[in-house]
Design a protein around this ligand. Sequence first.
Ligand code: HEC
Ligand code: HEC
Length: 291
Amino acid sequence: MADHKKEIDQHSGTETTGHEWDGIRELNTPLPRWWLWVFYATILWAFGYWILYPAWPTLTGYTHGILNQSQRDDVTKALAALKDQRQQAAAAFSNASLQQIEADPNLFTFAREAGKSAFGDNCATCHGSGAQGSKGYPNLNDDVWLWGGKLDDIQHTIQVGVRSTNPETRNSQMPAFGRDKLLEPAQIDDLTEYVVFLSGHQANQAAVTRAQPLFKEQCAVCHGDDGKGNREFGAPNLTDKEWLYGGTRADIHAQIVNGRGGVMPTWASRLDPVTIKALAVYVHSLGGGEQ
Ligand code: HEC
Ligand code: HEC
């Protein structure tokens, strides 16, 4: 067909390619100008790009382009800058006292964030992801504290733990009055009523009267004459509505019989001081922190 003669289609006025099938001829419509220019421009653009930017693989690597641009280098630089910034924050942080950290918005934000993530990794298993606690594991959001709710108290608890392996651990042990037969079952029943009475609920008056001297004798050393507890021994306040082991008669009875003592691990050997500080500020800021 190469030798076809140029033909002009009469309807469109356009040249044909000379191809013809069953009387149907193919028009040779030219590409629009604008389209062609865009096409040439992209080719030029590609050449420019190859020269400026990394483009072609070579046997030993790739062409770097004269701008020598590398996203990997950019990321490395950005990470280094971030690390530097973090180190500065951490240095300021470790030099500041807990009180200064709480007073400084930047340090406080840093502590809240670092503390929250460390809490999720290390503490949530026992205290719950929202630090709400569960039976035997104290709620850290409320203002009820076994060992104290000031910044320094909290930091100390985290450092040494409770009944932990740390030689300076917070320690105390409520006797197992029932299991070790220190008291008669009837006395334990009376004391159960007494604790129910202390917490402000309806209790058997005769039992309460019988238990009163017994409480003074057996329990007041730790829980106080008025039953309001003593933080030196981690002895809970028995007059509030918050319970570590539950507030039903059966729960209270079980604790007097068995004298359970919760174990909180020591973190001084596992977490660095900055993390422990951040945790102390974080826990303190959850809602129940004391001044
Ligand atoms: C293995 C379980 C466990 C883990 C993990 C744990 N705790 Fe505890 N934590 C306890 C128990 C149990 C108590 C209550 C101890 C007691 O009965 O006196 C406690 C008590 C506390 C107290 C004292 C509460 C008060 O009322 O005085 C604080 C503060 C605390 N934990 C913070 C933390 C932080 C922060 C972490 C993470 C670094 C953590 N805990 C990890 C079990 C745990
Ligand atoms: C040597 C100190 C000590 C003595 C004595 C003691 N307790 Fe306790 N008691 C504690 C401690 C500490 C706890 C908290 C245990 C824990 O944190 O796991 C506790 C917890 C309790 C609880 C559970 C409170 C809760 O919030 O769930 C009850 C109830 C209780 N004691 C009643 C008594 C009674 C009644 C007596 C006297 C017969 C008594 N205790 C004597 C130290 C003592």
